[in-house]
Write a protein that binds this ligand. Sequence first.
Ligand SMILES: *Cc1c(COP(=O)(O)O)cnc(C)c1O
Ligand code: SF4
Length: 343
Amino acid sequence: MPRGTTLLRMNQRPDTQQNQTWQQEVARSRLTPEQLCSQLQLPENLALSMVKGDQLFPIRAPQSYLNRIEPCNEQDPLLKQILPTEDEAVTVSGYSADPVGDHHATQTEGVLQKYHGRALLITTASCPIHCRYCFRRAYPYQDNRLSLQNSQAIEWIDADQSLHEVILSGGDPLMLSNDRLETLINRLGAISHLKTLRIHSRIPVVLPERIDHTLLNHLEHCRLNVVMVIHCNHPLEIDDTARAALSRLKPVVTALLNQSVLLKGINDSTAVLEQLSHTLFNAGVLPYYLHLLDRVNGSHHFEVEESMAHQFLQTLRSLLPGYLVPKLVREIAGEPCKSPRIE
Ligand SMILES: *Cc1c(COP(=O)(O)O)cnc(C)c1O
Ligand code: SF4
């Protein structure tokens, strides 16, 4: 893969050029159905079936992620996470634009609070990858996103002494430039009742070159405990570039955790889930949540029956040490926590 070798060389260059590189990668991450098919040597007629889904939620994936997909394989578990299908246009009862009650949980522009002590910031609408099952694929970002010019969100957090943790989410918070992240981290660090800064990001896995020296430096010097929660669904997502990004992050964070979504045809087998835990642990990451699918419009073809999920978990508990078994949860609007699913 020729682009891969270029990236390796780029990684040795000074930071400014490296920044340019990840931002250029993001700029190139939008693909038409035809481009996706030709890159991965998929049948041309597959492109036609993608058009509707692509209009609803455009195809996006960085080259680094595409490099991990096996060409010619329509069943590749990484491909399936980014491949629009005709199923997305089907209306299914029980599915909606806001399955987890984000609208109701909005406190002020860009701030969601559902749970005691923790608030979540919608920092940006952008992601370098578009996961077809994303529960925020229909989120009204224009009206509900943090603005650094307007400090309403920071003031709201400052005024609530019961908060001890702020979660940066989005979109993907690591899409913000290093300068903007530095400003945000400093403002949050200045709020004395906060103890922890959590970052929910798929970037260490899908765009590892973004984990650059300046970012690591900002995280290392943050007054708050930093918890990084990555998002990885299949062991093949962790290639050498992702492993290297995770090993750069490891020394600057207090905890490095993973959340996954249980997805039909992608990771709905005990063997894959077992391997995922081992692969993550070898990369310095502990499993945190395994989410049952949030029922967002256009995602029903990814749903795994809950009874099936219970069976997987039971088997995993017999195969893995307790610390490698993720917590199976479902997010239910209005509940005081992510609801544990226990048989
Ligand atoms: C998922 C979520 C959290 C984090 O929940 P934890 O159980 O602490 O991981 C916090 N706030 C919101 C709004 C969430 O959706
Ligand atoms: S990276 Fe996260 S927020 Fe972005 S599309 Fe994927 S699931 Fe959604």
